[in-house]
Design a binder for this molecule. Structure first.
Ligand code: G
Ligand code: G
Ligand code: MN
Ligand code: NA
Length: 254
């Protein structure tokens, strides 16, 4: 496959990069952190979005080196921002993790070493896994999830409400955050608030944080504030931006 070869080359030639989308505290408007979203700066095709190459990376196993690169890059970026904003910057970065990465032996040890090496506290890093990924986990991967948690790293369930939910998994895993899928946020416009309301109250009852995804309008924001949803991201605040622009956002917010 041409794209597979190109992707191998992309890793070597450092054509991959991370974009960052702000995650905002909805009550105060403060910046809580960023979600890292991978992009591929292709030499001839321009900027390629993850939907076009992550599935191929997953099929070919290239997701492991790529995913590892993402985690490293996120830690280096945190380090970099810390230097530029020395006054107690308490940002975190969310990284998306593929199901396959959890199957990797040695993943947790590698992450632990990286945190030690970069002197980054575990709680500055959050790993997002989808609800279907969590449902599929077998014992060994479940152990890995728990070991990740022991490093202090946050665990987020991405696209919550769209996969095959097994609510009992919320008890089995040390989950910090539910990310409400943007399809439910879109429906707030039509006053379909019930599902968001239920997810927020479920999360809060369990002592879990909630992030609303895909907030595009003030009306949606007002609904979410009314429902007590504490965190959000979406085009209303900012689209995903490159690291230089994210750095500017840091200056504006802090
Ligand atoms: O901008 P957006 O097109 O960035 O992202 C589309 C999808 O790609 C999202 O579902 C997101 O979870 C996924 N994605 C983005 N970056 C990464 C990454 O670094 N690793 C994995 N596994 N998925 C990612
Ligand atoms: O599945 P994941 O949540 O990780 O995907 C994030 C995806 O959502 C990225 O493709 C990102 O570019 C996109 N996104 C982020 N904010 C918005 C938004 O406000 N509206 C829409 N339509 N997409 C968004
Ligand atoms: Mn995500
Ligand atoms: Na999501």
């Amino acid at each position: 496959l041409q794209i597979e070869n190109d992707l191998r080359e992309a890793i070597k030639q450092e054509q991959l990069c991370l974009y960052y989308q702000p995650i905002i505290e909805l009550m105060s408007g403060h910046l809580s952190g960023f979600e890292a979203l991978i992009r591929w700066q292709h030499p001839t095709k321009g900027l390629i979005y993850p939907d076009e190459f992550i599935p191929i990376a997953e099929e070919t196993g290239l997701i492991n080196p790529i995913g590892w690169w993402v985690i490293q890059q996120a830690c280096y970026q945190l380090k970099c921002w810390e230097k530029e904003h020395p006054k107690g910057l308490k940002l975190s970065i969310n990284v998306n993790l593929s199901a396959q990465q959890l199957k990797q032996k040695g993943l947790v040890e590698k992450i632990g070493d990286l945190l030690t090496e970069t002197k980054i506290e575990g709680n500055r890093l959050k790993l997002e896994i989808t609800e279907s990924c969590l449902l599929e986990t077998v014992t060994i991967e479940a152990q890995r999830v728990n070991q990740i948690k022991e490093l202090g790293i946050g665990l987020c369930i991405d696209d919550f409400g769209t996969g095959y939910s097994s609510l009992s998994r919320l008890y089995e895993f040390p989950i910090d955050t539910l990310k409400i899928d943007r399809s439910f946020i879109r429906r707030l416009e039509f006053s379909q608030t019930a599902i968001v309301q239920i997810i927020v109250s479920l999360a809060h009852t369990l002592g879990i944080n909630v992030v609303a995804e895909g907030i595009e309008t003030l009306e949606q924001l007002n609904h979410l504030q009314g429902l007590g949803c504490e965190l959000g991201q979406g085009y209303l605040f900012s689209k995903p931006v490159d690291s230089a622009k994210a750095n500017q956002l840091l200056h504006n917010y802090n």
